[in-house]
Design a protein around this ligand. Sequence first.
Ligand SMILES: O=C1O[C@H](COP(=O)(O)O)[C@@H](O)[C@H](O)[C@H]1O
Length: 260
Amino acid sequence: MTTPQVVVHRDKELMAQAAAARLITKVVDAQAARGTASVVLTGGRNGNALLAALAAAPARDAVDWSRLDLWWGDERYLPAEDPERNVTQARAALLDAVPLDPARVHAMPASDGPYGPDVDAAAAAYAAELARAATPEDHGPVPCFDVLMLGVGPDTHVASLFPEHPAVRETERTVVGVHGAPKPPPTRVSLTLPTIRAAREVWLLAAGEDKAGAVAIALGGAGEVQAPAAAAYGRTRTLWLLDRAAAAKLPTAMYPPALS
Ligand SMILES: O=C1O[C@H](COP(=O)(O)O)[C@@H](O)[C@H](O)[C@H]1O
């Protein structure tokens, strides 16, 4: 387990821009080192804001978009073009504006796709896709993603792993179907905690006062079943990217002051 590092930005706009800049650097460095890069995207307000900031950043042209694999941490199990799907929102924010290789855009299945209403079959198919992408160097059933991003919900959920829900207890499967999620829509697909922890770096994003309680609980030593965000960490780095409002209930000793 890597010790969480906390970075607090002045507001959510600056946080999104700084996180986008950080992601560009990370992807460029990974491509220089290994030829390709892999990033797991998150849905939600902060994930989408980061993608929009990335789309607006001139430095986005430093990324070789054709050598980037994109995965998702979770998906709302809805029809393919539904505006509430995380992939639909990511396409609008960034993906339609950059020259990605479509074969490297690994969207999670949709409810009007080959698995129909069977979300567990859809989850198994995504697990198989991850397994095909894993190499011997990954030493496991999923790739060692360069960066895996997670929005933190006001209830401490990450991906579609909700407090006290069966999916958060999963230790064997890499991807699960989620039934009866407390946040709509109730049916979802999610990476599990072991898959999240396979990433080199895990970045947790939270902005706004409605996230302050969740941030304080997760970083205050809560258990993973009660606070899934507390259990999301990367192999080499776990980074919490916050704005001041989301950090408001943290002891200030946990982070250096924001520069601006
Ligand atoms: O439903 C979801 O919510 C979370 C958090 O979203 P936010 O808008 O409260 O930041 C998100 O991380 C997840 O991917 C998404 O499916």
